[in-house]
Design a binder for this molecule. Structure first.
Ligand code: DC
Length: 222
């Protein structure tokens, strides 16, 4: 199986780019952030503070998180209900980051991610795919962009969806999440030694897609 790992901070364009590349290469696209978001949502729904491991860990055996692929598109289910839209609410971003720092949560989601990669040619994006989940992936890319540019993209996305937000707040939240994701003790966001750094700050979406497609071709055609 061909496994492509794309890691990087929030808002770097991982999901948009990976989705298109998966289509072009005929691989499935796995958005692992959606899994952490689903656990975050489960905690919020129960009224738990997402950073409270004493509440979140005992909850895990009672929640069912599933990924399904419908027409090549990933959908995520919480206890049988499709929550693919709910997990995109801005407040769930921080809840996901909070629960993702709890080691038992990472353990809980580990096999699910590994199983998909074992059975499918896939492009998987997240924070620790190249370092922890798929250390043997044939292709590893660390996709990044400056915080201001990532915040601007997020802000534009929210505006398009008609969600009210202030640019300063979007930037501050993004920086806080970067910090939290990079400084947690377990599987922090960091570039794998053998990953290729790809900075999309000054590239159009298409240029970024083309650049990463070239890396994938070079690495998999050898
Ligand atoms: O990619 P995203 O913004 O949907 O991810 C939401 C949060 O989930 C992110 O802040 C950190 C966590 N996450 C993680 O810890 N490991 C991953 N592989 C993917 C996401």
């Amino acid at each position: 199986m061909i496994n492509v790992a794309i890691d990087g901070p929030g808002g770097a364009g991982k999901s948009t780019i990976a989705k298109q590349l998966a289509k072009d290469f005929g691989f499935i696209y796995v958005d692992t952030g959606a899994l952490y978001r689903t656990v975050g949502l489960a905690a919020v729904k129960r009224g738990f503070k997402p950073s409270d491991a004493e509440k979140v860990v005992p909850m895990l055996p009672n929640v069912k998180v599933e990924l399904k692929f419908v027409n090549g598109e990933q959908r995520v289910f919480l206890d049988g209900e499709d929550v693919s839209t709910d997990i995109r609410m801005p407040e769930i971003s921080m809840a996901a980051s909070d629960v993702s720092a709890i080691p038992k949560v990472r353990e809980y989601l580990f096999d699910l991610q590994r199983d998909i990669a074992k059975k499918n040619d896939c492009l998987m994006d997240g924070r620790d795919i190249g370092t922890v989940v798929l250390p043997d992936a044939q292709v590893k890319v660390f996709l990044t962009a400056s915080a201001e540019i990532r915040a601007k993209r997020r802000y534009d996305e929210l505006q398009q969806k008609g969600v009210e937000a202030k640019f300063e707040d979007v930037l501050a939240e993004l920086k806080q999440r970067d910090y939290q994701d990079s400084h947690r003790e377990i599987a922090p966001l960091k570039q794998a030694d053998d990953a290729i750094l790809f900075d999309s700050s000054n590239l159009s979406l298409q240029e970024a897609i083309d650049g990463i497609a070239k890396i994938i071709k070079e690495k998999t055609e050898k």
